[in-house]
Design a protein around this ligand. Structure first.
Ligand code: M6P
Ligand code: ZN
Length: 185
């Protein structure tokens, strides 16, 4: 075989292009269980977009041995004093890891192990984050502009959202004196 092919996808000037790019958005109404301050939440517009994800899923979900790629764009904002953030998840197959790499903006990668120890890593353009297996992960935008990052994960990892939706992370990331602080709930 001697064929030179075009790539299936490109990411040029911050634009992911190609066939089969899956796009979703998550609005406040989809994220009711994750934010701490329910009063603040009830005074906000339900339709506000918190984040968007563009993914390239070249194989079927749950395929063993494949890889997925996605870019997440988290808008700036707070609910009460908690920064806009992703739902967060463990992987359904728990012993699957993931890479994140920040493109634009500033934020925090919040991590929690199965004993519910929670910590965070700073995200800034060029920061790389290896998320080990068995670790729940969530990202928050702590800046005034969009936080974007790319992610690479195994196609059989899946998302376990239920554990986080029921129990949350053991700490919340709040804005205090204009700075991000990991606080007890
Ligand atoms: C990254 C990856 C995706 C994930 C997305 C949003 O792009 O980890 O698998 O879906 O972030 O995070 P969540 O699914 O927790 O909302
Ligand atoms: Zn993941």
């Amino acid at each position: 075989m001697n064929k030179i092919l075009e790539p299936e996808i490109t990411f040029i000037n911050e634009q992911l292009k190609g066939k089969n790019i899956d796009k979703i958005d998550r609005r406040l109404k989809d994220l009711k269980d994750i934010f701490f301050d329910k009063d603040a939440l009830s005074n906000m517009d339900n339709d506000t977009i918190v984040y968007e994800v563009e993914s390239y899923l070249p194989v079927k979900q749950n395929t063993e041995g494949g890889l997925f790629y996605g870019i997440t764009y988290i808008h700036p904002g707070v609910v009460g004093n908690e920064y806009f953030m992703t739902k967060g998840h463990f992987h359904k197959i728990k012993n699957r890891g993931e890479f994140y790499s920040t493109l634009q903006g500033e934020g925090m990668l919040i991590l929690m192990d199965e004993e519910r120890n929670t910590w965070a890593e700073k995200m800034f353009p060029g920061s790389m984050h290896y998320i080990q297996a068995n670790i729940a992960h969530r990202t928050a935008n702590t800046g005034d502009t969009i936080l974007s990052f790319s992610a690479f994960w195994p196609s059989d990892a899946g998302h376990d959202y239920a554990t986080i939706s029921e129990h949350g992370f053991s700490k919340i990331l709040i804005k205090k004196d204009n700075k991000p602080v990991l606080a007890d709930r």
